[in-house]
Design a protein around this ligand. Structure first.
Ligand SMILES: [Zn+2]
Length: 290
């Protein structure tokens, strides 16, 4: 199978995981049965030699039920993201007439814009669509095009990412802007902790900085700016550390360790992060169509 983004045939096999292990970990950590999304015994992770994207050629994307179960977890839709503020500053410079957000969840980002910009959204989760309706945020329609299309933490969920981006380019006006933010696979904390949700059926690919820059070449766009979120003592970091405790702590020890770890989180991390800047959860790119 060729690379789903750039169609190159050449790849490096990065790792291989037994599917029953993945299914077991989803059950243990998130209480979700994911067995129907796998058809092979092993799941391979490949890296495209050309665009550097890492992808799982054999797993399936999560369906509406899977995401419905996931979105019931606390903090799945985040109100305040680093990349929201980053893009809002850029929007002041660009001043687009029309904006489309892909997979906007409950519309937390568009809330900042809907009163004075023409905004539309795409979203699959029926419960989130109801909330958008109540806010007066309209959904995208066939044939509509936009000055700015943005997506926050969406592309890593899409298996056929090349087809998805081609569709999206058709919705972008000439000289229009495309922004996307994705998890940063070069963040060491993410690499260590975000399993199994960094695998199908949740994440279908891992998008490196090189891959984000490659989008400009693949879809004839110009790179305007790139950002990598620094690691902060925000809820995102707290979640990562909690996940780590789930992996390493069991039984009676868990309570004691949680208390200790919480103390460390609260007291030491702000100091540590001031001293040693680390790479945080997200990175992203703003591009302009030629
Ligand atoms: Zn590729």
């Amino acid at each position: 199978m060729a690379c789903p983004l750039c169609n190159a045939e050449k790849y490096i096999k990065l790792s291989e995981e037994r599917v029953d292990n993945i299914v077991l970990r989803y059950k243990k950590m998130y209480k979700i049965d994911t067995s129907k999304f796998f058809t092979t015994e092993k799941l391979e992770l490949r890296q495209c030699v050309d665009c550097r994207m890492e992808y799982y050629p054999y797993g399936q994307e999560g369906d509406a039920d899977f995401y419905e179960a996931f979105s019931r977890r606390d903090g799945y839709y985040v109100q305040d993201k680093y990349e929201y503020k980053w893009l809002l500053r850029k929007i002041c410079e660009i001043n687009p007439q029309s904006i489309l957000e892909i997979g906007c969840g409950e519309g937390y980002f568009l809330d900042h814009l809907k009163d004075s910009f023409e905004v539309r959204a795409t979203e699959h989760n029926p419960a989130a669509i109801e909330i958008l309706k109540s806010k007066g945020i309209e959904l995208d329609e066939d044939g509509k095009t936009y000055d700015l299309i943005c997506s926050f933490q969406v592309m890593e969920h899409v298996k056929e990412i090349g087809d998805f981006l081609n569709w999206l380019m058709g919705k972008l006006n000439p000289q229009g802007y495309f922004f996307c933010a994705v998890p940063n696979p070069d963040s060491t904390l993410i690499q260590e902790v975000f399993q199994p949700i960094d695998m199908p059926p949740h994440h279908m690919n891992h998008i490196h900085k090189e891959t984000l820059y490659k989008l400009s070449e693949l879809f004839s766009m110009e790179v305007i700016d790139y950002f990598a979120e620094p690691l902060r003592t925000n809820s995102g970091l707290q979640n990562v550390l909690k996940e780590r405790e789930k992996v390493y702590a069991h039984g009676l020890w868990r309570g004691m360790l949680n208390k200790f770890a919480r103390g460390v989180r609260m007291a030491l991390f702000p100091v540590l992060l001031e001293t040693i800047p680390l790479t945080g959860h997200s990175h992203g790119i703003l591009l302009r169509k030629n």
